[in-house]
Design a protein around this ligand. Structure first.
Ligand SMILES: NC(=O)c1ccc[n+]([C@@H]2O[C@H](COP(=O)([O-])OP(=O)(O)OC[C@H]3O[C@@H](n4cnc5c(N)ncnc54)[C@H](O)[C@@H]3O)[C@@H](O)[C@H]2O)c1
Length: 347
């Protein structure tokens, strides 16, 4: 297949690009290269004849039309977004602009291209979204595909808005769409402003390991390479108009997660004295911090036969190995605007 991947220089998008090229797909990576992007993430495939890069903004309709015309993709995997909740609290504008308006322009460009190509049945517009659109759970229960939307941060509200647009373009115009809502990803190439890389890198630097609130917030952790595998399955075999929740089947509180990371680091890179968990520090909670997210994976498991391949302990060990082996990658990104600062505390 020829896949147009938006946001392919970001964390998850680059995992999709690498996996798709390795499986013999042709990939066009469309990315505006914001602060969150890193072309090194796709360096391993950049020389492949199956890979092309287009620097473009999804809010630029003319650029999008040109890219569809030049590359004639069989499917779009739409991952380009502003993705960091803390940044959405400080500056929601770009979240609304990219996640809502950008998705609108991409849908319109895809629709025009699809109509121009004679409405091919096999064409897919795959929208990648988050479980955060479903809001916050108590100690029990899981999000299913039928859970009503209840977003609570500017980020999740902007993603919910984009999900609604994608469904509307299917119902109204017949655009063949599929949607996925996934839980928290982690793994290699994770931008060093998110919890897991922050903990690994602060631990190595002897800095405090910041835990928001009391660390009781629960997330379902999905290894990014498992997620990329699920996305390639859904874009090829997902039913048109249907959405699939993708989870890691690995719920952990933030405190449990950080303690696990500390134990892995104690084993792989022991400190001269003491243990990494001694660096754990509790900091002011994020405003509106959702208590718990959990995914009911029944649909993707029963309809498409997909399950995650690693436990969170295995995935975290691989992730720590990757950060230990790739210091030049993360050092270069630590200079980017806002990285290493506490964001998202504004009232
Ligand atoms: N990271 C997670 O745990 C997670 C969980 C659920 C859903 N998601 C969703 O998955 C997708 C990818 O997330 P990620 O963590 O890889 O994000 P990321 O921030 O690492 O990467 C986003 C990429 O999109 C690009 N981009 C941003 N604005 C753009 C624009 N206007 N035009 C073109 N490109 C633009 C950036 O340059 C970057 O390369 C997002 O849609 C996000 O909402 C992420």
């Amino acid at each position: 297949m020829k896949l147009l991947v938006t946001g392919g220089a970001g964390f998850i998008g680059s995992a999709v690009v690498r996996l798709a090229v390795s499986r013999g797909h042709d990939v066009v990576n469309l990315d505006a290269l914001t602060y969150a992007a890193c072309l090194d993430n796709v360096a391993s495939v950049a020389g492949s004849p199956h890979y092309a890069f287009e620097q473009a903004d999804i809010r630029d309709r003319a650029a999008l039309d040109g890219i569809f015309a030049r590359h004639a993709p069989d499917a779009v995997l739409h991952l380009a977004a502003e993705s960091h909740v803390d940044r959405s609290i400080d500056g929601p504008d770009t979240f609304i602009s990219t996640n809502v308006m950008g998705t609108f322009h991409l849908l319109e460009a895809a629709r025009a291209y699809w109509i121009g190509a004679g409405r091919p049945e096999g064409f897919r517009f795959h929208h990648i979204s988050t479980d955060e659109v479903f809001g916050s759970l108590g100690p029990t229960g899981q999000f299913t595909e039928q859970t009503p939307y209840d977003p609570r941060s500017p980020y999740s509200a902007s993603k919910a808005g984009s999900d609604h647009l994608v469904r509307a373009w299917h119902e109204t115009y017949g655009l063949p769409v599929v949607l996925t809502n996934c839980s928290n990803n982690y793994g290699p190439y994770h931008f060093p402003e998110k919890l897991i890389p922050v903990v690994i890198l602060n631990a190595l630097a002897g800095k405090p390991l910041p835990i928001y609130g009391d660390g009781s917030n629960v997330r379902d952790w999905l290894y990014v390479e498992d997620h990329a595998d699920a996305l390639l399955l859904v874009v090829q075999q997902g039913a048109v108009g249907r959405s699939y929740n993708i989870g890691g089947e690995n719920e952990r509180s933030n405190l449990e997660l950080v303690k696990t990371l500390c134990a892995i680091l104690d084993e792989k890179r022991p400190k001269p004295a003491g243990r990494y968990a001694d660096q754990i520090t509790f900091v002011t909670d994020r405003p509106g911090h959702d208590a718990r997210y959990a995914i009911d994976p029944t649909r993707i498991r029963e309809e498409l036969g997909w399950r995650p391949s690693v436990t969170v302990e295995e995935g975290l060990a691989r992730t720590v190995d990757w950060y230990l082996a790739n210091e030049p990658w993360w050092r270069a990104l630590q200079d980017r605007h806002g990285v290493g600062q506490r964001l998202g505390v504004a009232s």
